[in-house]
Design a protein around this ligand. Structure first.
Ligand code: GRF
Length: 210
C-alpha cells in the first residue's frame, strides 16, 4: 500500500480529512508520517490522536531551509514514503527537495490557481478583490510557488455578505474532498506527472492535453 508523508504547519484539517478517509478504507493509502516545521502546530495533535508518527523539524536560526527540508525528505525516505502531501505547509521549498520529490509531491491551495498563487491569505485576498467565484486547487509541487501542474480544482460561489471565515469554510469543505481523492488516484496508479503534464488514467489533462 502507498505510504504517504503529510507536511503541515498549522491547523491540520486537511490532514484530518486524509486520516478519516484512511480509517474508513477510502484512501487506499496509509499516512505513515506527519512532518511539521512548527512544534506547536495543532495538526501534530491530530496525528497523535490517530496514532500516526510525527517528526518536528524547525528551521534553525541562521540555517537555510535546505537543511530542514532535506532532513524531512530523508525521514520520509526511511519510512518508505512514496507521496509527499503538502497540506498547509508554509515554507517555500528548496530546489533539492523539489528535485527529490518531483512527480511525488502534491499541494493544496485555497484558490483557483493561478489566481492568488503564493498568498498565505488567499481567501481574504479574494474577498478584497471582489471575486465572485473562488475555490481550491490540488497540484503537483514544483519550484514555482503554487505553480505546478494542476491535478484538480473545485469552484465555490462567493456571496456578498461573506467574511473570510465563511468563505474559508466553504473552500475547506472542497479541499477535504479533493485532496483525499488525489491521494487515492495516485495510490491506484491513476494519476501521474509526465514532464509538465498531468495524466489521469491514460488521459493527459491541462497543458497540451485534451
Ligand atoms: C488550507 O487552506 C490549504 O489550502 C492551505 O493551507 C490551509 C491548511 O489548512 N495550503 P489545514 O491546516 O489543513 O486546516
Amino acid at each position: 500500500m502507498l505510504k504517504v508523508g503529510v507536511l503541515v504547519s498549522g491547523r491540520g484539517s486537511n490532514l484530518e480529512a486524509l486520516l478519516r478517509w484512511q480509517r474508513s478504507g477510502d484512501l487506499e493509502a496509509e499516512v505513515a508520517l506527519v512532518l511539521s516545521n512548527r512544534p506547536n502546530a495543532p495538526a501534530l495533535g491530530i496525528a497523535a490522536s490517530y496514532g500516526v508518527p510525527t517528526l518536528v523539524r524547525e528551521q534553525r536560526r541562521g540555517e537555510d531551509r535546505k537543511g530542514a527540508q532535506m532532513d524531512m525528505s530523508r525521514a520520509m525516505d526511511e519510512r518508505g514514503v512514496g507521496l509527499a502531501v503538502h497540506a498547509g505547509f508554509d515554507r517555500i521549498l528548496c530546489a533539492a527537495y523539489v528535485r527529490a520529490w518531483a512527480g511525488r509531491a502534491i499541494n493544496v491551495h485555497p484558490s483557483l490557481l493561478p489566481a492568488f498563487a503564493g498568498s498565505l491569505r488567499a481567501q481574504e485576498d479574494a474577498l478584497r478583490r471582489g471575486v465572485r467565484i473562488s475555490g481550491c486547487t490540488v497540484h503537483f509541487v514544483t519550484e514555482e510557488v503554487d505553480g505546478g501542474p494542476i491535478i484538480s480544482q473545485a469552484a465555490v460561489p462567493v456571496f456578498p455578505d461573506d467574511d473570510g471565515a465563511a468563505l474559508n469554510a466553504r473552500i475547506l469543505e472542497q479541499e477535504h474532498r479533493l485532496l483525499p481523492e488525489a491521494v487515492r488516484a495516485f495510490a491506484r496508479g491513476e494519476l501521474r506527472l509526465d514532464g509538465d503534464r498531468v495524466i489521469v488514467g491514460r488521459v493527459p489533462i491541462g497543458k497540451g492535453g485534451v
